[in-house]
Design a protein around this ligand. Structure first.
Ligand code: IVH
Length: 674
């Protein structure tokens, strides 16, 4: 093969790989390789093209952006193309970027605007006479998809522009990125996991998946946010002369911009900003994959112009790689403090983004099946910012013949009790309850907590020392601690006084209420409210112990599943043994007051905002005393929302759903009648 042929073959190969990944990234929202890996291949191709300009292939991706959009949404041609950015990866590249700018702006002072590089989806927003009329994805940079309906559901994005200081432009096109902030992402994944639904690999995928939903109601239910980073068109002109001033100008209309922003006089300061942002990355509310450096002066930007697909006045400074390949050495099952069994992949240790990763959670058996991961497999491990590392992909082509499939264990690896996985649930659990050593600490913490038996003196430090001395096998042992006074005194920093305080507070806890005792047992699904309802309904512990599912279901707040959990709990012999020991130790309560008429029985109420005459706990107790459930979220089933000062999204939602709303004054008047 001639050298020419070899170069062409190499270019063709790179073009093919890049096209495949471009499609996966831009069209399917399912990246198949890490961004940094993509960038490296892209640069390899670009370097080849620079060396052999006569061999540049007509379909090279180095002068196009992304891929053609799917046809699900209407296509819109961008009035101003949405271009891409070049990349630098180290200080040397950064200086070279600055030098190129300086050469084109001789004898001019250059100031740099440094912004976060958001790792989300670029979109463009059109405002006509201050009204948001259209939202469009980047697509291939020339043509994007019309996602107006979805964009309108993004909460932090102004739908109508107004400002006290400035006239609203006739036409404004704002560019920026849609993201799912980390907290919202973690919450969404936790909720999906609990429901046994699909979880997202990272916030970027979650944001992309949400924006591309054809049903805007789904997008609306996702915690998305928009951050502006530029103005494509503004008529009449906004009159600002720098990038940073134009972003500031946007904020007065309510646009959010990055939470960190620097203006640097020289390129050394840009490098310092990079190091600072990299260090602060885990504390930021959103995922970033680097920072963007822009020449701040807009006239200078115009002079510098564009080179093919990229501006000469801006570049991205990316953070180090976040994905790596390694092998799975083993898969263990860990028992959590609430009894859930979690599979953990033990990896051949590998550096990912500067951190060595050797253990990665696989979440649940469903995830093992979804990934089809086996012991011996080669996997891609992804780590992004402070998001916990995860196995993103298994490479079946590298699977050894002796790879081992993994099954859910039948018995708890800690206490050997049977493992249960109720139908329709994603998580398997140890059925050992109070008996399982892995669940001991959490069971004890819960038992002594304020709303349970309220043993204030038995804090975490005590619990750890007592477990260490093997004095706490289960919660019933708390009431025999006084028999071990000598041993307690051997614990470091625990003198006569603290030991006596502990013993006193344990003694004082013996008088309790039936509701607190039921809650303290830590039965799955039985929170404070349900415990109170159970106490009111059954009146005695014996009646509750002997209740069947049908009887339990008559209790407000108790459905089929919770009823089953309660029956399961009182059927396990070791739980009964613990309960009997607790009663034998002298725990007692007055008979609950005969059930009074509860006018709000079964109703769901929500309290939001700040109340001025009482705390939220107090208002909650008032409502609960009247039989209401107090919930944290508004739905169509909510009976009423009590809205204090600064009530936010919950109030909005209530109004949207037509749910009754009361001010604090109205609420006080309402409860007064009872
Ligand atoms: S300015 C001419 N600023 O990065 C292009 N882009 O890799 C000007 N991005 O498509 C883009 N954060 O989606 C700019 N602060 C920021 C950004 C940012 C993220 C994205 C943007 C762009 C991609 C290029």
């Amino acid at each position: 093969m001639t050298q020419q042929n070899t170069v062409v073959a190499q270019m063709r190969q790179l073009i093919q790989i890049l096209a495949k990944h471009n499609h996966a990234y831009y069209v399917m929202d399912q990246p198949t390789i890490a961004d940094s890996e993509y960038d490296q291949l892209f640069h390899q191709l670009k370097a080849l093209e620079e060396q052999h300009p006569d061999l540049v292939q007509p379909d090279t991706p180095t002068n196009t952006v992304g891929a053609k959009p799917l046809s699900k949404f209407a296509n819109v041609t961008h009035a101003v193309p949405m271009l891409s950015l070049g990349n630098v990866f180290n200080e040397e590249d950064l200086y070279a970027f600055a030098r190129r700018a300086e050469e084109r702006l001789p004898n001019q002072k250059i100031e740099y605007d440094v912004e976060l590089k958001f790792d989300g989806l670029a979109i463009s927003l059109w405002y006509e006479h201050g009204i948001l009329v259209r939202g469009v994805t980047r697509g291939d940079g020339e043509t994007g998809e019309d996602i107006t309906q979805n964009v309108k559901t993004i909460r932090n994005l102004p739908k109508v522009l107004s400002s006290e200081k400035t006239a609203v432009p006739e036409l404004l096109e704002v560019r920026g990125e849609v993201l799912m902030p980390k907290a919202g992402f973690e919450k969404l994944n936790a909720e999906n996991e609990a429901k046994g639904e699909k979880t997202f690999a990272n916030p970027r995928n979650a944001a992309a998946g949400s924006l591309r939903q054809l049903d805007p109601a789904i997008a609306a239910s996702r915690p998305l946010a928009f951050y502006a980073y530029g103005i494509a068109q503004c008529e009449p002109n906004h009159g600002q002369s720098t990038m940073s001033a134009s972003l500031e100008w946007l904020t007065q209309f309510g646009f959010a911009v990055g939470e960190r922003h620097f203006i640097c006089d020289n390129i050394q300061d840009v490098q310092a900003a990079y190091e600072q942002i990299n260090a602060e990355r885990p504390n930021l509310s959103v995922e970033i994959d680097g920072m963007v450096i822009k020449v701040n002066d807009l006239k200078q930007q115009q002079t510098l112009g564009f080179l093919s697909r990229e501006p000469r006045w801006a570049t991205a400074y990316k953070f180090p790689a976040v994905a790596a390949l390694t092998t799975v050495e083993n898969i263990d099952w860990q028992v959590g403090r609430t009894g859930t069994l979690t599979p953990v992949a033990r990896l051949n240790p590998v550096a990912v983004g500067g951190v060595t990763v050797s253990n990665v959670t696989l979440h649940n058996i469903g995830e093992i099946h979804r990934l089809d991961v086996r012991i011996g497999d080669t996997v891609s491990v992804y780590r992004s910012g402070d998001v916990i590392p995860k196995v993103e992909k298994v490479w079946p082509e590298f699977r050894p013949n002796d790879a081992v499939e993994v099954h859910l264990p039948e018995c708890c690896p800690v206490c050997s009790s049977p493992v249960v996985m109720p139908e329709g649930e994603a998580l398997a659990r140890c059925s050992g309850g109070l008996y399982c050593a892995a669940q001991r600490i959490e069971a004890i913490r819960h038992f002594v907590s304020r709303k349970a038996l309220d043993i204030e003196g038995l804090g975490d430090r005590w619990v750890e020392s007592l477990l260490h001395l093997d004095l706490l096998q289960n919660v019933a042992d708390i009431y025999s601690l006084h028999e071990h006074r000598e041993q307690l005194l051997t614990i470091e920093k625990m003198g006569e006084k603290s030991v006596q305080n502990l013993i006193d507070s344990i003694e004082n806890s013996k008088k309790t209420t039936l509701a607190a005792f039921i809650y303290a047992l830590g039965i799955r699904g039985v929170g404070e409210t349900t415990a109170r309802m159970l106490a009111n309904t059954f009146q005695t512990l014996d009646a509750l112990r002997n209740a069947d599912i049908e009887a339990l279901k008559k209790t407000p707040d108790v459905g089929e599943i919770t009823a089953e959990w309660i029956v399961d709990f009182f059927q396990a012999p070791h739980n009964l043994e613990v309960v009997d020991r607790l009663l034998a130790a002298g725990i007692h309560w007055d008979a609950p007051a005969a059930p009074t008429r509860q006018p709000l029985n079964g109703e769901s109420w929500v309290i939001t905002g700040t109340l001025s005459t009482m705390g939220r706990d107090e208002a909650t107790q008032m409502l609960q005393a009247l039989g209401a459930r107090v919930s944290g979220s508004v739905s169509s089933k909510t009976k009423c929302v009590v809205a204090g000062e600064k009530a936010g999204s919950k109030l909005e939602k209530a109004e949207k759903l037509g749910v009754q709303v009361m001010t604090e004054a109205e609420f006080l008047e309402f409860v007064q009648q009872y």
